[in-house]
Design a binder for this molecule. Structure first.
Ligand code: GA4
Length: 328
């Protein structure tokens, strides 16, 4: 893993740094240590040699593209996202907006099969592409969670992945399309205009882990601890992985739930597919006992995923929801 020192780009807040890349074909103990380091430093890393077959990704991307290419009134035949379904510009229920259209689906095979009927002209093809994709990225997520437990020296190696493998796991898939948007001017005098519009505003993901794949159009940015934004170079052959709020809580704050946002491109469509790995609603979010010591006392009160999710949906996209669950 190479982490170059920050170099300044066009504007004050945008830094170009090389983000951690983990090659899963490497030596297991080295890989687990690299992953832990990346999760502590950034809460974000790129995975190559991830084992997800190319045709499964290509099929999912094609189905996703076919849907977004439909006329708007066709897309509106899909139930509006509340939270599951088709959404355009509206994010969540509290007034957050962005230049994005999306399909948000829970991974229950029956509900995918049902929803596919309004999403695709060939519903069986759509649901089989989604099922194959979900199965493959879930395996990747579980493997990464086991590597994290190993790197953290937690004896129960499946302490995190067990939650995702559970039949009641509340995991989601989100297909995003960011249409091209003309650049904005920062102020009336600034010329040329150089501000990209926000597609999906600053936030952290509430779940355990997110596995993200996007096409070859940039737009994703992550926030460093000091608040500086780093653009993520697109790489369709890899997956980006980010730590969610629950994993920050389950590691007693050792891993950081990375804040990120997506900007639109001025001339090209950006498409991304995110798998949010979550636990069953009634799962208690606790820290492996070895990670709580007299010098590192528990940071968060125990809570269930259902309680956390309820809090997340009652707040704004950019709010820091873990703060509600901190020990006094
Ligand atoms: C962010 C991560 C996922 O996209 C998501 C989002 C969800 C939604 O779009 O419905 C939320 C957002 C996300 C966090 C806070 C709440 C819930 C919108 C919102 C304002 C599907 C998720 O699980 O949380």
């Amino acid at each position: 893993m190479v982490v170059a020192s920050p170099t300044k780009l066009h504007s004050e807040e945008h830094l170009a740094i090389e983000l951690p890349t983990v090659d899963l074909s490497g030596d297991r103990s080295m890989v687990s240590n690299l992953i832990v380091k990346a999760c502590e430093e950034y809460g974000f890393f790129k995975v190559k040699n991830h084992g997800v077959p190319h045709d499964i990704i290509a099929q999912m991307e094609k189905e996703s593209f076919n849907f977004f290419a439909k006329p708007f009134d066709e897309k509106q035949k899909v139930e509006p996202a509340k939270p599951f379904g088709y959404g355009c510009k509206n994010i969540g229920f509290n007034g957050d907006m962005g230049e994005v259209e999306y399909l948000l689906l829970n991974i229950n095979p029956l509900s995918i099969a049902e929803r596919s009927k309004t999403i695709s002209n060939d519903p069986a093809k759509f649901s089989s592409a989604v099922s194959a994709y979900i199965e493959a990225v879930r395996e990747l997520a579980c493997e990464l969670l086991d590597l994290m437990a190993e790197g953290l020296r937690v004896p129960d190696r499946s302490v995190f992945s067990r939650l995702i493998r559970d039949v009641d796991s509340d995991s989601l898939i989100r297909l995003n399309h960011y249409p091209p948007m003309p650049l904005l001017c920062k102020d009336e005098d600034s010329s040329p205009c150089n501000q990209n519009k926000v597609g999906f505003g600053e936030h952290s993901d509430p779940q355990i882990l997110t596995i993200l794949r996007s096409n070859d159009v940039g737009g994703l940015q992550i926030s460093l601890n000091d608040g500086a934004w780093v653009p993520v170079t697109p790489d369709p052959a890899t997956f980006w992985v980010n730590v969610g709020d629950l994993l920050q809580a389950m590691t007693n704050g050792r891993f950081v739930s990375v804040r990120h946002k997506a900007l639109t491109n001025s001339s090209k469509s950006r498409m991304s597919m995110a798998y949010f790995a979550g636990p069953p609603p009634n799962a208690r979010i606790t820290v492996p006992p070895e990670m709580i010591t007299p010098t590192k006392p528990a940071l968060y009160k125990p809570f269930t995923w259902a309680e956390f999710k309820k809090a997340a949906y009652a707040m704004r996209l950019g709010d820091r929801r873990l703060g509600l669950f901190r020990m006094e």
